[in-house]
Ligand binder design. Structure first.
Ligand code: PLP
Length: 379
């Protein structure tokens, strides 16, 4: 970050800056330790060892078996692999999902639903944006086909979280396959996959101060699927292509750091979110918070809707002009801008302008004070 321009970065659900310790761990694999992990001589064996050590470390942190962890190019590829395999290899014919999934899931299931013999159902949402578990159970009970349930762990726009155990147990009762997009929670939540009834979860390095373009797919050991990407024998024949060696090393290092610091950082970041809620509520009249920010919600994300006025419509632009980085999202339903499908699904009010603030360990209360002051001036 340039020091001349004081930039405030409140868009950590989009991506996070690389931790310098992660970069340090990755560096040798850009230069000296460049061997192809498939080569049999020492350079290759060194690289292979780095990958297998990374896999062991990730598996240990998530309480999974190393054989259940596959490195991929990120969350999108991981979800595509899991969803496609559920249909083509595991016999699922009915996909149950929610209207607030990330496009990595929603566009994949919409595509697959166009194939012959596949049906797609949307689970209902409660007023606070949470998945209606009774409706999920009804859909499963009424299905004649084997189901794939794909529901994200934490929503990237509003922060709402599902209870993985509750959803997984309903899926188990009806013999459904359960995939959860956990891109916003791996690195931000203590997983214990040994005791979690889920078949597939996903992770993405750049959401927790790791590198972009690397992720994981966890495949429960009782599930046997075919590869999504065909070619060489990498990733135990499950994901062909020369491994993203430095990315994989960086992913594991970032997850180690996130885990070491989890208690302190989650409390700190949650404190920032609560502080922002309090401050912005007092300063800007008529605002609402989307989802369930004080309930089952990820501590990094805060979605705020402002009453629509000429000024608030320009809010993203005005924040950007002040070097404040946030994400948009609105219920806008006309014109080329379709707005956010998540906001539309939970709060279809075109008279609001929605902004997502998402925090990391690098943010401070002083930054929040500054942003709220700016919002006061802008609105
Ligand atoms: N799922 C969620 C919830 C996300 O927030 C993202 C990232 O934007 C993705 C999936 C896609 O992950 P990746 O960028 O690693 O493909």
């Amino acid at each position: 970050m340039s020091k001349q321009v004081t930039r405030i970065y409140f868009d950590n659900a989009a991506t996070t800056p690389l931790d310098p310790l992660v970069l340090e761990a990755m560096m040798p694999y850009f230069t000296d330790k460049f061997g192809n992990p498939s080569s049999i001589y020492s350079y290759g064996r060194e690289s292979r060892l780095a990958i297998e050590n990374a896999r062991k470390s990730v598996a240990k942190i998530l309480n999974a078996h190393p054989a259940e962890i596959f490195f991929t190019s990120g969350g999108t590829e991981s979800s595509n692999t899991a969803i496609n395999a559920s249909i083509h290899d595991l016999g699922c014919r009915h996909i149950i999902t929610s209207p607030i999934e990330h496009h990595a899931t929603s566009h994949t299931v919409e595509y697959i639903a166009g194939l012959p013999g596949i049906t797609l159902s949307m689970v209902k949402l409660l007023d606070n944006g949470h998945v209606d578990l009774n409706d999920l159970e009804q859909l499963l009970a009424n299905s004649d086909d084997k189901c794939l349930v794909t529901l994200m762990h934490a929503n990237n726009e509003i922060g709402n979280m599902i209870d993985l155990h509750a959803v997984g147990n309903v899926c188990k009762k009806y013999g459904a396959i359960f995939h959860s997009d956990t891109v916003q929670t791996v690195g931000h939540f203590p997983f214990d996959l040994r005791s979690t009834p889920v078949h597939f979860i996903t992770g993405s390095g750049h959401k927790f101060h790791g590198p972009k373009g690397v992720g994981i797919l966890y495949i429960n050991e009782n599930v046997r699927i075919k590869p999504y990407i065909h070619g060489g024998a990498q990733e135990r024949n499950m994901r062909a292509g020369t491994e993203n060696l430095y990315g994989i090393v960086g992913f594991a290092k970032a997850l180690e750091l996130a885990t070491e610091e989890y208690e302190a950082q989650s409390n700190y970041i949650n404190g920032l979110k609560l502080y922002m809620m309090e401050k912005v509520k007092n300063v800007v009249p008529g605002i609402t918070f989307n989802g369930d920010p004080l309930g089952r919600s990820l501590y990094t994300v805060l979605s705020v809707s402002f009453p629509k006025t000429e000024k608030s419509e320009m809010i993203l632009f005005a924040l950007d002009m002040n070097n404040i980085c946030v994400s948009g999202g609105s219920a806008c339903t006309s014109g080329a801008d379709q707005g956010s499908h998540v906001i539309r699904a939970i709060n279809n009010d075109p008279n609001q302008v929605t902004v997502r603030f998402s925090f990391s360990k690098h943010n401070t209360k002083e930054e929040i004070d500054f942003v709220v002051e700016k919002l006061k001036e802008m609105i």
